[in-house]
Design a protein around this ligand. Structure first.
Ligand code: SAH
Ligand code: SF4
Length: 356
């Protein structure tokens, strides 16, 4: 099987292709010009192109489906070489703003939500990705290629600023080595140059891995999928809580290096009549006391066969108001892409459970 070119850091590639400046040229073709064949790499010698073509692929993912949402978000299903599939969502975060002379002040900001595994081992009760079980880890190159494909498909210029969230399918900290490698490849100034402070890893709370990631001091943002404030309920919703309880997560977060201008995001999936009481909000406030935190309330996104229900808008507002009035930063995640079922795992399910 051919190796995936995006699996290699620039330095690693420089050890494979000689002389090593060729690695930078290849990277320019891959990450700036979105080349899909070695043939088009005009400044490489013919022999090297043939050699690369023999051993490497530039296109480890196949675009299977694209779904557009009314709000402008776009959801992709990509096929891997072994027939598995993963989802990626492109979100448009802000509308264009103009100066008085008509020039663009703010461009819409892209955020790309990418997957780290096929399926997930964590098994959260509310998550569709969990239902299909775990298939395998993605390699760094398969992670990197997700964004590359989306950029090319949307004609997003190579140097355009964007944000990456590791919030698609899978638990990123359960595939830490590949995810960290992808973070580094994404942030390389000779590649896509996406600064680590524009990348956010979302985790169900593998405390020991949060500590390990923190020690690497990458400058990356952290999001914790908390979803419950007492261990009993959290164990029911997220079985991983038996291994890593809430206090262990809080302790890990307290030791995590955070950019002085940033906050740790705590995601709180609001499920009607399960975790949406004012008592829960009160406990959340206490739990996060002393942490530079922001809370992101997420509407539970229902799917066929689930017993859980979406909260009403007023439930959400009530919960949010309780927190903000007491000084906690708290936003409600807009239900972007809801009409294309943008919660993780939902497109894949529609397309037949992940096998193609
Ligand atoms: N495994 C990581 C990252 C992927 S899940 C994690 O759990 O953080 C990304 C986010 O989607 C998590 O916050 C998860 O709780 C949320 N999610 C899962 N199922 C959902 C659903 N049905 N509706 C809304 N959000 C959901
Ligand atoms: Fe895995 Fe995250 Fe889904 Fe839980 S919510 S099963 S950790 S992908």
């Amino acid at each position: 099987m051919k190796k995936i070119i995006q699996d290699y850091t620039k330095e690693e590639l420089g050890n494979i292709v000689k002389p090593s400046f060729r690695a930078k040229q290849i990277w320019n073709w891959v990450y700036h010009k979105y080349a899909t064949s070695f043939e088009e790499m005009g400044n490489l010698p013919k022999a090297l192109k043939a050699e690369l073509d023999e051993g490497f692929t530039l296109t480890p993912l196949k675009m299977l489906t694209v779904q557009d949402s009314k709000d402008g978000s776009r959801k992709y299903l990509f096929g891997l070489h072994d027939g598995h599939t993963v989802e990626v969502v492109l979100l448009l975060m802000r509308d264009k703003e103009y100066h008085e002379d008509g020039s663009v002040k703010h461009q819409e900001r892209y955020t790309v939500c990418i997957s780290s595994q096929v399926g997930c081992k964590v098994g959260c009760a509310f998550c569709l990705t969990a239902k299909g079980g775990f298939m395998r880890d993605l390699t760094a190159g398969e992670i990197v290629s997700q964004l590359l494909m989306v950029k090319k498909h949307n004609n997003i210029e190579a140097n355009r600023r964007l944000n990456i969230v590791y919030m698609g399918m899978g638990e990123p900290l359960d595939n830490l080595d590949a995810v960290v490698k992808a973070v580094k490849i994404f942030s390389d100034p000779d590649g896509m140059a996406i600064a680590t402070h524009r990348q956010t890893i979302s985790t169900s709370g593998l405390s020991s891995k949060i500590v390990k990631l923190g020690k690497m001091d990458l400058g990356i943002n952290l999001a914790i999928s908390l979803h419950a404030v007492d261990d009993k309920l959290r164990e029911q919703l997220m079985p991983i809580n038996k291994a890593y309880n809430i206090q262990s997560i809080i302790d890990a977060v307290k030791g995590f290096p955070i950019n002085s201008r940033k906050r740790v995001m705590f995601e709180y999936l609001v499920i009607k009549d399960v975790n949406d009481s004012i008592d829960a909000a009160k406990k959340l406030l206490k739990l996060l006391d002393g942490i530079k935190a922001k809370v992101n309330l997420i509407y539970f996104n229902p799917y066929g066969g689930t017993e859980f229900k979406r909260p009403t808008d007023s439930d959400m507002k009530g919960f949010q108001e309780y927190l903000t009035k007491r000084g906690l930063h708290c936003t409600i995640r807009e239900s972007k892409g809801l009409d294309i079922s943008a919660a993780c795992g939902q497109l894949r399910e529609q397309e037949g459970g992940g096998e193609s």
